[in-house]
Design a protein around this ligand. Structure first.
Ligand code: GCO
Ligand code: ZN
Length: 299
Protein backbone atom coordinates (compact mmCIF):
# COMPACT_ATOMS: atom_id res chain seq x y z
CA UNK A 1 0.00 0.00 0.00
CA UNK A 2 1.29 3.44 -0.92
CA UNK A 3 2.17 5.58 2.05
CA UNK A 4 -0.15 8.32 3.17
CA UNK A 5 0.79 11.85 2.22
CA UNK A 6 -0.84 15.04 3.50
CA UNK A 7 -0.41 18.39 1.74
CA UNK A 8 -1.90 21.77 2.52
CA UNK A 9 -3.10 22.61 -0.98
CA UNK A 10 -5.01 25.84 -0.30
CA UNK A 11 -3.27 28.19 2.07
CA UNK A 12 -5.87 31.00 1.95
CA UNK A 13 -7.29 30.67 5.42
CA UNK A 14 -11.01 30.13 5.96
CA UNK A 15 -12.69 31.12 9.21
CA UNK A 16 -14.72 27.90 8.97
CA UNK A 17 -13.97 25.96 5.79
CA UNK A 18 -16.77 23.45 5.23
CA UNK A 19 -18.85 21.30 2.93
CA UNK A 20 -16.32 20.48 0.17
CA UNK A 21 -17.25 18.62 -3.01
CA UNK A 22 -15.34 17.75 -6.14
CA UNK A 23 -16.39 19.33 -9.43
CA UNK A 24 -15.02 17.03 -12.09
CA UNK A 25 -15.64 19.20 -15.15
CA UNK A 26 -13.31 21.92 -13.87
CA UNK A 27 -11.05 19.72 -11.72
CA UNK A 28 -12.04 22.00 -8.87
CA UNK A 29 -12.91 21.75 -5.22
CA UNK A 30 -15.96 23.78 -4.21
CA UNK A 31 -16.51 24.60 -0.53
CA UNK A 32 -17.81 27.32 1.79
CA UNK A 33 -16.36 29.55 4.46
CA UNK A 34 -19.32 29.53 6.86
CA UNK A 35 -18.71 32.65 8.94
CA UNK A 36 -16.49 34.19 6.26
CA UNK A 37 -19.76 34.18 4.23
CA UNK A 38 -18.14 32.96 1.03
CA UNK A 39 -18.55 30.23 -1.55
CA UNK A 40 -15.10 29.22 -2.81
CA UNK A 41 -13.83 27.28 -5.78
CA UNK A 42 -10.23 26.13 -5.97
CA UNK A 43 -9.20 25.16 -9.48
CA UNK A 44 -6.54 22.47 -9.13
CA UNK A 45 -5.18 23.14 -12.64
CA UNK A 46 -4.67 26.90 -12.34
CA UNK A 47 -4.23 26.72 -8.54
CA UNK A 48 -6.47 29.79 -8.22
CA UNK A 49 -9.27 30.26 -5.70
CA UNK A 50 -12.33 32.17 -6.83
CA UNK A 51 -14.82 33.31 -4.20
CA UNK A 52 -18.35 34.68 -4.24
CA UNK A 53 -19.43 36.63 -1.16
CA UNK A 54 -22.91 36.01 0.25
CA UNK A 55 -25.03 38.00 2.70
CA UNK A 56 -25.27 35.53 5.62
CA UNK A 57 -23.39 32.62 7.23
CA UNK A 58 -23.41 29.80 4.70
CA UNK A 59 -23.75 26.18 5.80
CA UNK A 60 -23.51 24.37 2.52
CA UNK A 61 -23.15 24.48 -1.24
CA UNK A 62 -24.11 21.66 -3.61
CA UNK A 63 -24.08 21.29 -7.40
CA UNK A 64 -27.31 21.75 -9.34
CA UNK A 65 -28.23 19.65 -12.38
CA UNK A 66 -29.42 22.67 -14.32
CA UNK A 67 -26.14 24.50 -13.65
CA UNK A 68 -24.81 26.66 -10.85
CA UNK A 69 -25.25 25.67 -7.22
CA UNK A 70 -27.86 25.31 -4.52
CA UNK A 71 -27.06 26.90 -1.15
CA UNK A 72 -28.18 26.55 2.44
CA UNK A 73 -27.63 30.19 3.37
CA UNK A 74 -28.66 31.80 6.63
CA UNK A 75 -32.05 30.13 7.06
CA UNK A 76 -32.81 30.07 3.33
CA UNK A 77 -32.43 27.58 0.56
CA UNK A 78 -31.16 29.54 -2.43
CA UNK A 79 -29.61 29.14 -5.87
CA UNK A 80 -26.32 30.66 -6.94
CA UNK A 81 -25.56 31.64 -10.52
CA UNK A 82 -21.77 31.41 -10.26
CA UNK A 83 -20.88 33.49 -13.32
CA UNK A 84 -23.31 36.30 -12.51
CA UNK A 85 -22.55 35.98 -8.77
CA UNK A 86 -26.29 36.20 -8.26
CA UNK A 87 -28.20 34.52 -5.39
CA UNK A 88 -31.94 33.76 -5.68
CA UNK A 89 -33.91 32.75 -2.58
CA UNK A 90 -36.07 29.64 -2.92
CA UNK A 91 -37.46 28.77 0.51
CA UNK A 92 -37.22 29.94 4.12
CA UNK A 93 -36.97 27.63 7.18
CA UNK A 94 -36.96 28.14 10.96
CA UNK A 95 -38.93 31.37 10.56
CA UNK A 96 -39.75 31.31 14.28
CA UNK A 97 -36.05 31.01 15.19
CA UNK A 98 -34.36 34.29 14.32
CA UNK A 99 -31.02 33.20 15.72
CA UNK A 100 -30.65 30.03 13.62
CA UNK A 101 -28.56 29.29 10.57
CA UNK A 102 -28.09 26.43 8.18
CA UNK A 103 -25.07 24.17 8.57
CA UNK A 104 -23.84 21.14 6.60
CA UNK A 105 -25.77 19.74 3.62
CA UNK A 106 -25.52 17.21 0.79
CA UNK A 107 -27.61 15.87 -2.09
CA UNK A 108 -29.04 12.34 -1.92
CA UNK A 109 -28.71 9.87 -4.81
CA UNK A 110 -32.18 10.90 -6.07
CA UNK A 111 -31.32 14.61 -6.21
CA UNK A 112 -32.88 15.89 -2.95
CA UNK A 113 -30.89 18.53 -1.07
CA UNK A 114 -30.59 17.67 2.65
CA UNK A 115 -29.36 20.37 5.05
CA UNK A 116 -29.75 20.99 8.76
CA UNK A 117 -29.87 24.04 11.00
CA UNK A 118 -28.46 25.07 14.37
CA UNK A 119 -28.52 28.02 16.76
CA UNK A 120 -25.86 30.68 16.25
CA UNK A 121 -22.66 29.88 18.16
CA UNK A 122 -21.22 32.34 20.67
CA UNK A 123 -18.01 30.33 20.53
CA UNK A 124 -17.40 26.95 18.86
CA UNK A 125 -19.88 24.45 20.32
CA UNK A 126 -21.38 27.11 22.61
CA UNK A 127 -24.92 27.83 21.56
CA UNK A 128 -28.55 27.46 22.54
CA UNK A 129 -29.19 23.73 22.32
CA UNK A 130 -31.95 21.82 20.51
CA UNK A 131 -32.79 24.68 18.14
CA UNK A 132 -31.90 22.90 14.89
CA UNK A 133 -33.81 20.70 12.45
CA UNK A 134 -33.00 18.59 9.42
CA UNK A 135 -34.65 19.58 6.14
CA UNK A 136 -34.87 18.49 2.53
CA UNK A 137 -35.32 20.79 -0.42
CA UNK A 138 -37.25 18.73 -2.96
CA UNK A 139 -36.89 19.00 -6.72
CA UNK A 140 -40.20 20.93 -6.86
CA UNK A 141 -38.73 23.45 -4.36
CA UNK A 142 -41.00 22.39 -1.50
CA UNK A 143 -39.34 21.75 1.87
CA UNK A 144 -39.70 18.67 4.06
CA UNK A 145 -38.78 18.75 7.75
CA UNK A 146 -37.48 15.41 9.00
CA UNK A 147 -36.96 16.09 12.72
CA UNK A 148 -36.09 18.86 15.17
CA UNK A 149 -34.29 19.02 18.56
CA UNK A 150 -30.88 19.13 16.86
CA UNK A 151 -27.92 20.83 18.57
CA UNK A 152 -25.45 21.21 15.67
CA UNK A 153 -26.68 19.60 12.46
CA UNK A 154 -23.60 18.33 10.70
CA UNK A 155 -22.06 15.68 8.39
CA UNK A 156 -24.26 13.40 6.32
CA UNK A 157 -24.01 10.80 3.58
CA UNK A 158 -25.66 7.68 2.19
CA UNK A 159 -24.49 4.06 2.07
CA UNK A 160 -23.35 2.74 -1.34
CA UNK A 161 -26.63 0.76 -1.68
CA UNK A 162 -28.59 3.93 -0.69
CA UNK A 163 -30.42 2.06 2.07
CA UNK A 164 -28.79 3.86 5.01
CA UNK A 165 -28.46 7.56 5.81
CA UNK A 166 -25.60 8.54 8.12
CA UNK A 167 -25.93 11.71 10.17
CA UNK A 168 -24.02 13.63 12.81
CA UNK A 169 -25.54 15.92 15.42
CA UNK A 170 -22.15 17.10 16.72
CA UNK A 171 -22.98 17.50 20.39
CA UNK A 172 -24.31 13.94 20.65
CA UNK A 173 -20.68 12.87 19.99
CA UNK A 174 -21.97 9.98 17.92
CA UNK A 175 -22.32 9.06 14.27
CA UNK A 176 -25.92 7.96 13.71
CA UNK A 177 -27.63 5.88 11.05
CA UNK A 178 -31.21 5.77 9.76
CA UNK A 179 -32.90 3.38 7.38
CA UNK A 180 -33.31 5.30 4.15
CA UNK A 181 -36.08 4.95 1.60
CA UNK A 182 -34.70 6.41 -1.60
CA UNK A 183 -38.09 6.34 -3.30
CA UNK A 184 -39.78 8.59 -0.73
CA UNK A 185 -36.75 10.24 0.88
CA UNK A 186 -38.02 9.18 4.34
CA UNK A 187 -35.84 8.38 7.36
CA UNK A 188 -36.61 5.83 10.08
CA UNK A 189 -35.05 3.70 12.82
CA UNK A 190 -32.38 6.06 14.16
CA UNK A 191 -29.45 4.43 15.99
CA UNK A 192 -25.87 5.34 16.90
CA UNK A 193 -23.16 3.47 14.98
CA UNK A 194 -20.05 5.05 16.52
CA UNK A 195 -19.34 6.91 19.75
CA UNK A 196 -16.38 9.28 19.67
CA UNK A 197 -13.58 8.93 22.18
CA UNK A 198 -12.61 11.99 24.25
CA UNK A 199 -9.47 12.80 22.24
CA UNK A 200 -11.48 12.60 19.00
CA UNK A 201 -13.34 15.67 20.26
CA UNK A 202 -16.35 16.81 18.19
CA UNK A 203 -17.65 14.91 15.13
CA UNK A 204 -18.20 17.33 12.25
CA UNK A 205 -18.40 16.60 8.49
CA UNK A 206 -18.34 13.10 7.01
CA UNK A 207 -18.31 11.22 3.71
CA UNK A 208 -18.51 7.60 2.67
CA UNK A 209 -16.05 5.55 0.60
CA UNK A 210 -16.73 2.82 -1.97
CA UNK A 211 -16.35 0.13 0.69
CA UNK A 212 -19.14 1.71 2.74
CA UNK A 213 -16.82 3.00 5.46
CA UNK A 214 -17.28 6.51 6.85
CA UNK A 215 -14.65 9.25 7.00
CA UNK A 216 -15.40 11.61 9.86
CA UNK A 217 -13.61 14.93 10.42
CA UNK A 218 -13.06 15.72 14.09
CA UNK A 219 -13.38 19.38 15.06
CA UNK A 220 -10.69 20.14 17.68
CA UNK A 221 -9.46 16.58 17.17
CA UNK A 222 -7.08 17.35 14.28
CA UNK A 223 -7.88 14.14 12.45
CA UNK A 224 -10.17 12.20 10.20
CA UNK A 225 -11.42 8.79 11.31
CA UNK A 226 -12.36 5.85 9.15
CA UNK A 227 -15.31 4.09 10.75
CA UNK A 228 -16.93 0.77 9.93
CA UNK A 229 -20.63 1.45 10.58
CA UNK A 230 -21.40 -2.29 10.51
CA UNK A 231 -19.17 -3.13 13.47
CA UNK A 232 -19.10 0.28 15.15
CA UNK A 233 -15.29 0.15 15.14
CA UNK A 234 -12.75 2.74 14.10
CA UNK A 235 -10.50 1.24 11.43
CA UNK A 236 -8.06 4.08 10.87
CA UNK A 237 -7.03 7.51 12.17
CA UNK A 238 -5.27 10.05 9.97
CA UNK A 239 -3.90 13.01 11.91
CA UNK A 240 -3.59 16.44 10.33
CA UNK A 241 -1.36 19.39 11.28
CA UNK A 242 -4.35 21.50 12.38
CA UNK A 243 -6.81 20.91 15.24
CA UNK A 244 -9.95 22.26 13.64
CA UNK A 245 -10.58 19.73 10.89
CA UNK A 246 -14.16 20.31 9.80
CA UNK A 247 -15.18 18.14 6.84
CA UNK A 248 -13.96 15.90 4.02
CA UNK A 249 -14.83 14.62 0.56
CA UNK A 250 -13.22 12.43 -2.06
CA UNK A 251 -12.03 14.00 -5.29
CA UNK A 252 -9.20 14.17 -7.76
CA UNK A 253 -8.49 11.50 -10.36
CA UNK A 254 -11.01 8.66 -9.95
CA UNK A 255 -11.94 10.05 -6.51
CA UNK A 256 -8.87 8.55 -4.86
CA UNK A 257 -7.86 11.71 -2.95
CA UNK A 258 -9.47 12.83 0.30
CA UNK A 259 -9.84 16.61 0.67
CA UNK A 260 -10.18 17.96 4.20
CA UNK A 261 -11.36 21.47 5.14
CA UNK A 262 -10.41 23.24 8.35
CA UNK A 263 -11.22 26.27 10.49
CA UNK A 264 -9.20 29.03 12.10
CA UNK A 265 -12.07 30.64 14.01
CA UNK A 266 -11.63 31.19 17.73
CA UNK A 267 -7.89 30.42 17.73
CA UNK A 268 -5.66 32.85 19.62
CA UNK A 269 -2.37 34.21 18.30
CA UNK A 270 -0.23 31.59 20.00
CA UNK A 271 -2.39 28.72 18.66
CA UNK A 272 -2.30 30.19 15.13
CA UNK A 273 1.47 30.50 15.37
CA UNK A 274 1.74 26.78 16.18
CA UNK A 275 -0.71 25.89 13.40
CA UNK A 276 -0.16 28.40 10.61
CA UNK A 277 -2.11 26.21 8.16
CA UNK A 278 -5.33 26.47 10.20
CA UNK A 279 -8.21 27.29 7.89
CA UNK A 280 -6.46 25.73 4.90
CA UNK A 281 -7.52 22.82 2.67
CA UNK A 282 -5.60 19.55 2.87
CA UNK A 283 -5.22 16.75 0.36
CA UNK A 284 -4.60 13.22 1.60
CA UNK A 285 -3.25 10.71 -0.91
CA UNK A 286 -2.22 7.08 -0.57
CA UNK A 287 -5.29 5.94 1.37
CA UNK A 288 -5.89 3.15 -1.14
CA UNK A 289 -9.63 3.68 -1.19
CA UNK A 290 -11.85 5.82 -3.36
CA UNK A 291 -15.08 7.71 -2.89
CA UNK A 292 -18.05 8.76 -4.99
CA UNK A 293 -18.83 11.70 -7.22
CA UNK A 294 -21.26 14.14 -5.59
CA UNK A 295 -24.92 14.08 -6.57
CA UNK A 296 -26.51 17.20 -7.99
CA UNK A 297 -29.72 18.84 -6.82
CA UNK A 298 -32.50 17.85 -9.21
CA UNK A 299 -34.56 21.06 -9.11
O1 GCO B 1 -18.15 23.29 10.98
C1 GCO B 1 -19.34 23.24 11.28
O2 GCO B 1 -20.07 22.35 10.97
C2 GCO B 1 -19.94 24.35 12.05
O3 GCO B 1 -20.28 25.38 11.20
C3 GCO B 1 -19.06 24.75 13.16
O4 GCO B 1 -19.72 25.70 13.85
C4 GCO B 1 -18.59 23.56 14.01
O5 GCO B 1 -19.32 22.42 13.77
C5 GCO B 1 -18.65 23.77 15.46
O6 GCO B 1 -18.04 24.95 15.84
C6 GCO B 1 -18.07 22.62 16.21
O7 GCO B 1 -18.47 22.67 17.46
ZN1 ZN C 1 -19.64 20.85 9.86
Amino acid sequence: MASIKIDCVVKDSCKIGECPFWEVKESSLVYVDVTGQKVCKWNTVTNKVKTVCVDAPIGSVVPRRSGGYALALGTRFAFLDWDKECVTDIAHVDKDKGNNRFNDGKVDPAGRFFAGTMGMEIRPAELELKQGSLYTLQADHSVVKHFDQVDISNGLDWSPDHKVFYYIDSLSFTVDAFDYDLQSGKLSNRRAVYKLEAEEAIPDGQCIDEEGKLWVACYNGGRVLRIDPETGKRIQTVKLPVDKTTSCCFGGRDYFELYVTSASDAMDEEWLKRQPQAGGIFKITGLGVKGFAPHSFAG
